[in-house]
Design a binder for this molecule. Structure first.
Ligand code: NDP
Length: 432
């Protein structure tokens, strides 16, 4: 199993304690959670508006404030719901494999279908058939704003239903966080760990499918519109589409790896993940392609080749590091990792201290950040806007790395300290 997927695209708000209480207790609202619930959708709409504006200024006011008539469209809502329905139907198709998740509090393990890549392929086939039958995919960029609004609305309503569902869930089904008794905080973070109806797992479904596949579909629609406008897609647009398709394809190919992530094992399913998966990922991660549609950038082959090289280096590190750790965690005697140097810990698990994990303590984050840079470079260097993802992602991974280090210190104690002594840098060798 190998890890590496976009997910949990959030910086967690300040923890307000792990105490459990009556969920209807009227404790004061958590300002961090409430602010993020407002700030994140506002940021997303700001980016969508600015990307299509002439100056494309990341900092500064949006070009105008859209009225409700520009945001709300029942057709956009219907389209989003159809998309979710299609992805849910693909999720329910027979899977090439059914994997078991980590052990839960009650010692049971949940089962998950591994058919995300199949869903991507079938979606591609359906979209291809649709386009050849006259489906106007290139018109999608025109309705990104109402689509994003509909996705946000769905995320809010869905989170509310998840919250209500969690009220009747047994204590053993609740997440370690998200059960503080503070209504807003718990709504944001999510109360239940693995909300399901029968075998349909909502969090697992949302983590990698509608949003990620939706992201590459939006990218494709932007590429097609550019071809209509300018005769053919630009080289820059091809690069952005290709790089991000590789990233999404990789995440779905190695789908099983999501089962050992913090998002699945640790975090409840609430607004944070629902909005992140369903709205933030497809509408903000496609920012570079949106920017390129409205601000074409000349790009020659020499520079394009150099950017491809940067992406290839990033992907090589990202995939190598994730695969190495996952091979090791699955079977430490696997010949591919058996010769690597390790540190023993009191838990019986060992820590890699050579190979990728001997270079820095999170080499997979380094690879991810290098790829993020390669996604922005085709957009030129005269606008900050296409670099939003790189900036946001750096902040996210620095925060995530810190959170993971604290958890590892708690888990492995002195062995973790020894690891930090042997591998002093966190993400970037000799820098951080
Ligand atoms: P990691 O895959 O880095 O997992 C961290 C865990 O790995 C630790 O908790 C520890 O768990 C184990 N570990 C740490 N050091 C070692 C070592 N030396 N030897 C063996 N095991 C070790 O964390 P994430 O889940 O955060 O990231 C997975 C991927 O997803 C990354 O590539 C990341 O870049 C990407 N990602 C992408 C996002 C996006 O929005 N695009 C968002 C978040 C992540 P244990 O010991 O219990 O096994």
């Amino acid at each position: 199993m190998a890890v590496g997927m976009p997910r949990g695209p959030w910086i967690r708000p300040g923890v307000c304690g792990g105490r459990r209480a009556d969920p209807w207790t009227r404790s004061p609202p958590s300002p961090g959670a409430a602010a993020l619930m407002l700030l994140l959708p506002v940021t997303m709409f700001h980016l969508l508006l600015v990307a299509r504006s002439g100056p494309a200024r990341l900092l500064g006011p949006p070009p105008y404030l859209p009225g409700l008539e520009e945001l709300w469209s029942p057709w956009a809502l219907l389209l989003c719901l159809t998309w979710l329905g299609l992805q849910a139907a693909l999720y329910l198709l027979p899977a090439r494999k059914v994997a078991e998740g980590q052990e839960l509090k009650d010692k049971s393990r949940l089962r998950y279908p591994i058919n995300g890549f199949q869903a991507l392929m079938l979606t591609a086939l359906l979209v291809g058939l649709g386009v050849s039958a006259g489906l106007p995919l290139s018109a999608l960029p025109e309705i990104l704003l109402p689509l994003a609004f509909a996705a946000t609305l769905i995320a809010f309503i869905f989170s509310l239903l998840l919250y209500l569902k969690a009220l009747v869930a047994p204590a053993s089904a609740l997440a370690p966080g998200g059960n503080s008794g503070n209504l807003i905080y718990d709504f944001f973070l999510g109360r239940e760990l693995n909300p399901r109806i029968c075998s349909f797992d909502f969090k697992y479904f949302c983590e990698l499918r509608p949003g990620l596949i939706g992201w590459v579909l939006i990218n494709l629609a932007l590429l097609m519109q550019e071809a209509e406008l300018r005769g053919s897609p630009s080289l820059a647009m091809w690069l952005v589409n290709g790089f991000q398709l590789l990233y999404v394809g990789d995440a779905l190919w190695y789908e099983e790896a999501v089962l050992t992530t913090m998002d699945i094992i640790h975090d409840g399913f609430g607004f944070m993940l629902a909005f992140g998966d369903l709205a933030w990922v497809p509408f903000t991660y496609s920012l570079q392609a949106q920017f390129l549609l409205y601000h074409p950038q000349p790009l020659g082959w020499p520079l394009a080749s150099f950017i491809c090289l940067i992406n290839a280096v990033g992907y090589y590190i990202f995939r190598g590091a994730n695969s190495q750790k996952n091979t090791f965690r699955k079977n430490p005697s696997d010949p591919r990792v058996a010769d690597l140097e390790t540190i023993s810990t009191a838990t019986g698990r060992r820590l890699l201290v050579s190979g990728w994990w001997g270079m820095v303590r999170h080499p997979n984050y380094l690879g991810d950040l290098i790829m993020a840079l390669a996604w922005s470079l085709p957009c030129g260097v005269f606008h900050l806007l296409p670099y939003f993802y790189l900036l946001y992602f750096t902040a996210l991974l620095v925060h995530r790395e810190d959170r993971d280090e604290r958890q590892c210190l708690q888990k492995y104690g002195l062995a973790w300290r020894e690891y930090c002594r042997r591998v002093p840098y966190r993400i970037v060798p000799y820098v951080y």
